[in-house]
Design a protein around this ligand. Structure first.
Ligand code: SAM
Length: 195
């Protein structure tokens, strides 16, 4: 338990330092999974989108430009600060809110309050199987009936999917598969990969 806490603190410090040293490190363009997710979310008629592990916000900002109302979460306040500055510069600040949040904790949004959840290169972080299972339950809790989740970890395609309302809630097995492989994202992710 103490070991997990230490690991969590080390990861947080790592990402804080990394975003401070490399502002906007993933660039201004959205990831391919975010472009795919936007299509799925539009088709599903989504409006409110929750992004987990948004970093400095290349995908959250894209989703906001696409017209969604985005709640972007990450445990790095530094990354989210860069996201807010970019949102102002791009004129989408009214469509994006940021929340400093560690996905190992309860999601900071009410039950059934979002239409879609997106996560890119978050589930390859150092999360235990039990933490991922808990997160799955949390995603299920905050999605409205019929809500959708799209997530992708590094190196797997296409974007994994999970739906609510049809009995195919975000499945623990699908998300658990996101773990256990070395994450090769530039440079911090590889250093923060699961054991
Ligand atoms: C590889 S980066 C991807 C960032 C963003 N999704 C993107 O694709 O540009 C992983 C992100 O997950 C965040 N992260 C890692 N562990 C986390 C945790 N336990 N809770 C919340 N965020 C976390 C990091 O701060 C970092 O911003």
């Amino acid at each position: 338990m103490a070991e997990e806490k230490d690991l969590g603190e080390a990861q947080l410090a790592h990402w804080q330092d990394t975003y401070a040293a490399h502002p906007g490190m993933y660039g201004a363009h959205p990831s391919a999974p975010a472009v795919h997710a936007a299509r799925v979310f539009h088709t599903a008629g989504a409006r409110d989108v929750l992004e987990l592990g948004a970093g400095h916000g290349r995908d959250a900002l894209f989703l906001a430009r696409e017209g969604f109302l985005v709640q972007a979460t990450d445990f790095s306040a530094t990354g989210l600060g860069q996201l807010r500055a970019a949102a102002r510069a791009q004129g989408v600040a009214e469509r994006v809110t940021t929340l400093v949040h560690d996905v190992r904790d309860q999601l900071p949004v009410p039950d059934a309050s979002v239409d879609a959840v997106f996560a890119h290169m978050l589930l390859c972080m150092a999360l235990s199987t039990s933490e991922i299972h808990t997160l799955v339950g949390e995603v299920r809790r905050v999605l409205r009936p019929g809500g959708v989740m799209r997530h992708r970890r590094r190196g797997r395609s296409p974007s994994s999917k999970a739906k609510t309302s049809s009995g195919t809630h975000p499945s623990a097995s699908a998300l658990t598969r996101s773990r256990g492989k070395k994450c090769t994202a530039k440079p911090p992710c590889s250093q923060m990969s699961s054991p």
